[in-house]
Design a protein around this ligand. Structure first.
Ligand code: AHR
Length: 489
């Protein structure tokens, strides 16, 4: 028997506006994300800034709202002064144990964000850095020339107008034993409070985020000490693949992770509430990806070969695409508390865009970002889904999101069928009325659940079509994402 699902879209509850920063990005100085990825002055495909133009064009297709940089673990021993001005000082990056030439620094990052149309989001070194060094970087970027020693330096470097970086975060995963300059909870709380205080004195309007996690012992003291200075807490999630796992999970195991992000959001939300900051502090899921593996550091041939395996396009299949759509649906349904999310990373490694010497490959997940950026309405409608569970994984077969446009006249539905082999019958009602008619739709799927996009072969691509609803019922193809639209009478 075919699996089935029922979706009720509710119009009596107010629609929730969401932040487009949920479709955000992350770029780290790790492997080929920056050097040999977006930045490659030696490539015939690069412009005068050394930026790959094909990468810029592809990123623009995603209408990227925001990009977090420069790490990740990389940032925890990064000194921003090494990456500004005409003379750059190479440094030995103690996270990944490679020498970074620092030719891509603050100015280049801000210019690249401008080229792709995104807001810059800088993550500060709270590992080996001090509160003063962190707030000096904000001075360098955001104060007008003449206002301070560091903003004067920026002007001397040829950038008279401030970089106006709106988003800042204090630290990255500083709770982790793997992180350079890892901290204990009380020490962390005090450092964040003092840093945030100094940053606020430099730029009151900075949107301030800090490294946190869905863990009471870490995040409660942090909020008690620094909560009044913060706009959001950052959490990270990688659900498939422990560090020691040397191969990606199969389709069912991978899509079976789809409910995990919701658990992290709900746990973090309850900590924010317990600390008394509900409605004041939001969640930035500022690193996330289904896959989280192959992190060896150093320049041994084994380390490089292991990092290169992250770039194996065949890893990123329809499972990644459907997990990505599920993740975005989850954040959008929790848009009252999730204000940002950053796919980690955007380019190469496990990202949606793979860069090679002669061009780029839009991996399966790329299309999900492009479709969500382009096709959804501005507000999320309350919707309730029920139906069959996926055999072999503890998740429902179907996941849904309903949005409505700003005018309140057009509903868009993002419907995921996680079943690897079977189409699913899906009954959809809007305010108790079954949908009927042929609706314009875009469907993303591939010949098999394990389909991936490679250089010269891209079987996973969106197709514009129409889908028939008869008395509320439609059929969703196996392992697919369908986005369809209907006008409200
Ligand atoms: O993928 C890279 C690393 O994963 C990031 O540097 C870190 O923040 C996360 O643990």
């Amino acid at each position: 028997m075919k699996p089935s699902a029922t979706i009720d879209v509710v119009l009596t509850r107010p629609a929730t506006p969401y932040s487009r920063n949920i479709f955000g990005h992350f770029i780290e100085h790790f492997h080929r994300q920056v050097y040999g990825g977006l930045y490659d002055p030696g490539s015939r495909l690069s412009n005068g800034d050394g930026f790959r133009e094909d990468v810029i064009d592809a990123m623009r297709e995603l209408a990227p709202p925001v990009v977090r940089w420069p790490g990740g673990c990389f940032v925890s021993s990064y000194h921003w002064l090494d990456g500004v001005g005409p003379t750059r000082t190479p440094h030995y990056d103690k996270a990944w144990r490679v020498t970074d030439p620092n030719t891509f620094g603050t100015r280049e990052f801000v210019r690249w964000c401008g080229a792709i149309g995104a807001d810059p989001y800088i993550c500060l070194n709270a590992g080996t850095g001090t509160a003063e060094e962190m707030s000096d970087w904000v001075e360098y970027c955001n104060l007008p020339g003449g206002a301070s020693r560091w903003s004067n330096l920026r002007a001397e470097h040829g950038n008279v107008a401030p970089f106006a970086v709106p988003f800042w975060s204090i630290g990255n995963e500083n709770y982790g034993s793997w992180e350079i300059g890892a901290k204990q909870a009380p020490e962390w709380a005090a450092l964040v409070r003092e840093t945030a205080k100094m940053i606020r004195r430099v730029d009151e309007s900075a949107h301030l985020i800090t490294a946190a996690r869905a863990d009471l012992d870490w995040t409660l003291p942090l909020l008690a000490a620094a909560g009044p200075y913060l706009d959001a807490v950052a959490v990270h999630g990688y659900w498939d693949g422990l560090a020691e796992q040397d191969h990606p999970s199969d389709y069912l195991t991978a899509v079976g992770q789809s409910l995990k992000p919701q658990q992290d959001i709900v746990r973090t939300e309850s900590i924010i509430e317990a600390a008394g900051f509900a409605g004041k502090i939001s969640i930035a899921f500022d690193e996330w990806n289904l896959r989280g593996w192959h992190h060896p550091s150093g320049t041994s041939s084994e380390a490089i070969a292991a990092r290169d395996r992250n770039d194996d396009n065949s890893t990123y299949t329809m499972a990644d695409a459907l997990f990505t759509a599920s993740f975005l649906n989850t954040c959008l349904r929790k848009a009252d508390v999730v204000s940002m999310a950053n796919i980690a990373p955007s380019i190469n490694t496990r990202g949606p865009l793979f860069v090679h010497a002669d061009g780029v490959v839009r991996r399966t997940t790329f299309h999900v970002f492009a479709l969500y950026a382009k096709l959804l309405g501005e507000r999320v409608l309350h919707s309730v889904g029920s139906g069959a569970q996926l055999a072999g994984a503890e998740v429902p077969v179907v996941d849904q999101l309903a949005t409505i446009d700003a005018a309140g006249t057009k509903i868009s539905l993002a419907l995921i069928n996680r079943d690897p082999a079977d189409a699913v019958d899906c009954d959809v009602q809007i305010a108790g009325r079954p949908i009927t008619g042929r609706l314009p739709a875009t469907v993303l799927t591939g010949p098999s659940p394990d389909s991936s996009n490679e250089i010269g072969s891209t079987p996973v691509a969106p197709v514009e079509t129409k889908i028939q609803f008869t008395d509320g019922r439609t059929s969703l193809p196996p392992h697919s994402l369908t986005i369809c639209h209907l006008d409200l009478p």
